[in-house]
Design a protein around this ligand. Structure first.
Ligand code: ZN
Length: 75
């Protein structure tokens, strides 16, 4: 499960996970655009996204379900 290895989530924070290197960053400041239900986001860390302009970002809720974004359309 993706939440293993993270410390307990504090209010107003979000966990980050880099799918490229597996780095986990607990309780990072949330972005204003982050979905409210999201507790975990898969995003490339600064080391892994060097040189990339756009990095994919996937949000997950507390039950481990990926949150689809408006631009992705219906499931
Ligand atoms: Zn990384």
């Amino acid at each position: 499960m993706e939440y293993v290895g993270f410390t307990r989530l504090r209010p107003g924070r979000i966990h980050l996970y880099c799918p490229a290197c597996g780095r986990k960053m607990s309780n990072m400041p949330r972005d204003a655009n982050d979905p409210k239900a999201a507790v975990l986001v898969h995003i490339y860390c600064q080391r892994c996204c060097q040189g990339c302009k756009e990095t994919p970002m996937y949000f997950f809720n507390a039950r481990g379900k990926r949150i689809r974004e408006a631009w992705e359309g219906p499931a």
